[in-house]
Each structure stands twice: as C-alpha cells, then as structure tokens.
Design a protein around this ligand. Structure first.
Ligand SMILES: [Zn+2]
Length: 160
C-alpha cells in the first residue's frame, strides 16, 4: 500500500490510485466526467486548468499494447468525444495528450488544453511540466477553482 495525498489534502492508502479512482473507492474532486465500460474520466483539480481531463482504464494495465481490441476502440472513441466536448462547450482549440507507461498508477492519459497564458513556457512537450507546475503553484485561486468545477460540470453534461 502507498500513501497518496489527494488534491483536496486528504490522504488515502491505496495499492494504485487509478484503481481506486476508476472503481469509485476514491471520489475525485468534481466527480466523474464520463464513464464507459472500460474507461473513467475525471479531472485532477490540483491543476486548476479548465477542461483538463484524465482518462484512465478500468483494468490495471500499464502499456498501450495491453489493451484488448474492445478497449482500444472504447479508448479512442471516448477520448475523441471528450475532445469534441472540450471544443464545443469550453472553446478549446488545442489539446496536448500525455501518457507515460512507467506510471506508478496505471494506464491513464492526460488531456491538457492549451491556453494563451501557457505561451511563456514554450511549445510542445517541453512546456508541459512547467505549465502544470505553474497552474498548481500560481493559479490555485478560489476563482480558478470555481471555474474548474463549472467546466467539469459542463463537460459532464455535454457527455451524457
Ligand atoms: Zn491500477
């Protein structure tokens, strides 16, 4: 078991945070954005970026080639639906996708929307970590938190 501190400051002891989130034993702040047979999408509100979505498999696997044919189809279709909703309800023009197989959790992909304020951190892959850290350390305001919560609701409604 590992002790993990969640974005709301609570500490949970879990084997795998992705398993805990996708099984519902840990409820993400803001709740579930969309859930399918094989995938579960939520936001990590520790990074107050409107429309940031994490899509995790329900099965405890690490690598893309471990997905079954059915899971692959569900994965790409669900991700595309989320992407469409980000565009239609939040006006997001571009999204960066990030996924690492050597995760300490399990298979999950980050969908990180691109906003004007991120320009100062450069483009493409090198900007991702600085952008996330900047959001967490400098944009964690009450107002931004409210915006994030309402964007979660808007995405959830659009994906119903
Ligand atoms: Zn897991």
């Amino acid at each position: 078991m590992r002790k993990i501190t969640l974005s709301n400051g609570k500490t949970v002891e879990v084997e795998c945070l992705s398993c805990a989130l996708t099984s519902g034993s840990v409820e993400p702040d803001g709740g579930v954005i969309v859930e399918t047979e094989h995938f579960h999408a939520h936001q990590d509100v520790a990074y107050p970026i409107e429309g940031l979505v994490i899509i995790a498999s329900k099965r405890h696997i690490k690598c893309l080639d471990e997905l079954t044919d059915e899971e692959r189809l569900d994965y790409i279709n669900t991700m595309a639906k989320i992407r469409k909703a980000q565009r239609e309800v939040l006006g997001i023009d571009y999204v960066y996708y990030f996924y690492n197989e050597d995760t300490t959790h399990h298979f999950h992909t980050w969908l990180v929307p691109r906003y004007e304020w991120m320009r100062e951190f450069g483009r493409s892959v090198e900007s991702l970590r600085p952008v996330l850290l900047h959001a967490r350390n400098h944009r964690n305001t009450v107002v931004n938190h409210q915006k994030v919560m309402s964007s979660i609701g808007a995405l959830r409604n659009a994906l119903q």
